[in-house]
Design a protein around this ligand. Sequence first.
Ligand SMILES: Nc1nc2c(ncn2[C@@H]2O[C@H](COP(=O)(O)OP(=O)(O)O)[C@@H](O)[C@H]2O)c(=O)[nH]1
Ligand SMILES: [Mg+2]
Length: 359
Amino acid sequence: MILFICVLLYLLTSTLTSKPAAGRLQWDPSGYVIFCPCMGRFGNQADHFLGALSFAKKINRTLVLPPWRTYKNVPFNDWFKTEPLKKFHRVVLAEDFMAKLAPIHWPPGRRSGWCWLPSNDKDRKCAMKEGNPFGPFWDGLKVDFDDYVIYNIGYSDTNTWQKVYPPAKYPVMAFKGAPASFPVQEEDVALHRFLEWSDTVEDEALGYINKHFPGDVFVGIHLRNGPDWANACEHVGEVHSYMSSPQCLGYSGEVIVTGKLCFPPKDEILRLLKNVVISTKAKVVYVATDKDPMIDEIKEHLKKQKVKVFHQDPWLPQIDLAILGMSDQFIGNCVSSFTAFVARERKAKNLPTSFWAYS
Ligand SMILES: Nc1nc2c(ncn2[C@@H]2O[C@H](COP(=O)(O)OP(=O)(O)O)[C@@H](O)[C@H]2O)c(=O)[nH]1
Ligand SMILES: [Mg+2]
């Protein structure tokens, strides 16, 4: 009898605390989406992440939070908290998925790689691990593929996805790239509110601010002016949409992307920055850049305003992003997805953003 009561009590408490205890995870019968954030650097990957999050929600599958890809795999939660995302949708860290769920439910021998190929492609095979970062990404998760699923469905056609690929038959969709478009769709921009910096990133950003200009009103600027960007901007031509340009020009594509919008000349940068410093009464300008911080030019041009100019080359670009996100006013590059990250975060927090050569 006592044994029976003990067992009953045990069962009761374990169902009441049905959230998996540390170390245990429950399999989601609705299935999973995992993908390699294999296109571009962080800004592009973040755009894709929001689209993939939206896609997973629409087809009602748990999203496996992939590592970010630099020269190595960076666990998702090194840079972002996972809990806020759960307010929007079911997510699990890739490392947990691989350690605790994959061995039982997605074991070696049953792993298909998913890729989009045009239906007339004769050589229909997903090169899931060919080249960098594809190979090293999946190697980092210790995944090899045994088979392929080739699809031809657009990511917005979510009803078809659910109909054609039921989770019982296709428990895990492992995509070669993000199941999303670039730049992020307009409707997914607001999902950024579920992306919150990890304590490590946030503390480091705040630490820098508190050490160098605590409490001062500051303008954050992004100068995307490295050689790769100069090169990319040469191809602007007469297009109506180029990379992240919809963030300022809008998604309808009525306005032409100019060379100045893509690669603003120095006099435009100094002009707008001065206006903003005067209107915000800022004491500090924080410069983030991939190449030329223009420190001397800015100091010279803003001599009268007596601003202090700060720039670091942080060990992680994310530190720059987090600081820009905290500025009182931010000026960025409309074509850059690195800027777009900051602009989305600020939009979610109701903070203002302007763009070079755009009014
Ligand atoms: N630290 C730092 N890195 C930057 C900055 N701007 C660009 N980068 C680097 O250059 C990369 C640019 O690629 P991406 O993020 O895809 O943005 P995009 O090319 O501007 O659309 C970033 O991920 C950073 O690694 C900056 O202001 N600060
Ligand atoms: Mg890029």
